[in-house]
Design a binder for this molecule. Structure first.
Ligand code: TMP
Length: 218
C-alpha cells in the first residue's frame, strides 16, 4: 500500500492534514499507520526528545550532529515500523521524512546534499515515498496557526524556525526543482497551497490523491 509523506515548515498544517487524510482512508476501509519523524518507534521518539530539547548545558547540536541524530531515528523507524507496515499492506501517513533533512540540515544548517545523501543511502536503501505532499503557507498563516495551538509551549526549534520564513520557500524550491533522493530517483512531490480553511486544504489534498492513485481512493 502507498507510503505518503507530509512536509512543510512550522505552522503549515501538515500534521492536521495528515490526520485528516488518515481518517478519510480509514473511512474507505483501508488499514492506515500514522507515524512521524523524528520518531515512530520508542527509541526514535527518545531521540526526538533529545533532538528537540534545549540542553541545559548549552551544548546545542551542530547541523552534522543533528543529521546523525535524525538519521539514527530514521534507520530505526524504517526497519521497525515502515517496512513491516508496508509488508502488512497498510497505508503509511508519515509526518516529515528525508526532505526535512534536506531543508533543515542542508538548506538551513549548511550541509551539502551529497553529505546528507551519503548518510541517507544505506538507511533508505530502495525506499521512497509514493507521494509527498509539500504544504506551502504564507508566514502570516504559519504564525497564526502556531499561536492558536492550545497550551503549546514552543521548544528550541519551533521558536527559531517559526521566525524563519525562508524555510517555507525552501520546501517549495525543493519540489519545483525535482530534488532527487540518494538513489538518484526523483520522488513524486505535490505542492499544496496550505492557506485557507482546513476543509479547503483537505479538498486540494484529496484531489491530488485521486489524481495520483485513481480508482483505489475514489
Ligand atoms: P515537528 O515535526 O513537530 O515539526 O518537529 C520536528 C522538528 O525536527 C522540526 O523542527 C524539523 C526537525 N527535523 C529536522 O531538522 N530534520 C529532519 O530530518 C526531520 C525529520 C525533522
Amino acid at each position: 500500500m502507498p507510503f505518503i509523506v507530509f512536509e512543510g515548515g512550522e505552522g503549515s498544517g501538515k500534521s492536521t492534514q495528515g490526520a485528516l487524510l488518515a481518517g478519510y482512508l480509514r473511512g474507505k476501509g483501508f488499514p492506515v499507520l500514522e507515524t512521524r519523524e523524528p520518531g515512530g518507534t520508542p527509541l526514535a521518539e527518545d531521540i526526538r526528545k533529545v533532538f528537540k530539547s534545549v540542553p541545559q548545558s548549552g551544548d546545542i547540536p551542530t547541523p552534522r550532529t543533528e543529521l546523525l541524530l535524525v538519521m539514527a531515528a530514521r534507520s530505526q523507524h524504517i526497519e521497525k515500523t515502515i517496512r513491516p507496515a508496508l509488508k502488512r499492506n497498510e497505508w503509511i501517513i508519515c509526518d516529515r521524512f528525508l526532505d526535512s533533512s534536506y531543508i533543515y540540515q542542508g538548506f538551513r544548517g549548511g550541509l551539502d546534499k551529497q553529505e546528507i545523501d551519503r548518510v541517507a543511502a544505506p538507511v533508505l536503501g530502495d525506499l521512497q515515498p509514493d507521494l509527498t505532499f509539500v504544504l506551502r503557507v504564507s508566514s502570516e498563516t504559519a504564525q497564526s496557526r502556531v499561536s492558536a495551538r492550545p497550551g503549546t509551549e514552543l521548544d528550541r526549534l519551533d521558536t527559531e524556525l517559526l521566525k524563519d520564513a525562508s524555510l517555507h520557500s525552501a520546501f517549495e524550491a525543493l519540489t519545483t526543482s525535482s530534488t532527487p533522493y540518494p538513489d538518484g530517483r526523483v520522488p513524486k512531490r505535490v505542492l499544496i497551497d496550505g492557506n485557507g480553511p482546513l476543509e479547503t486544504v483537505q479538498k486540494r489534498i484529496l484531489d491530488a490523491l485521486r489524481k495520483h492513485f485513481g480508482s483505489i481512493v475514489q
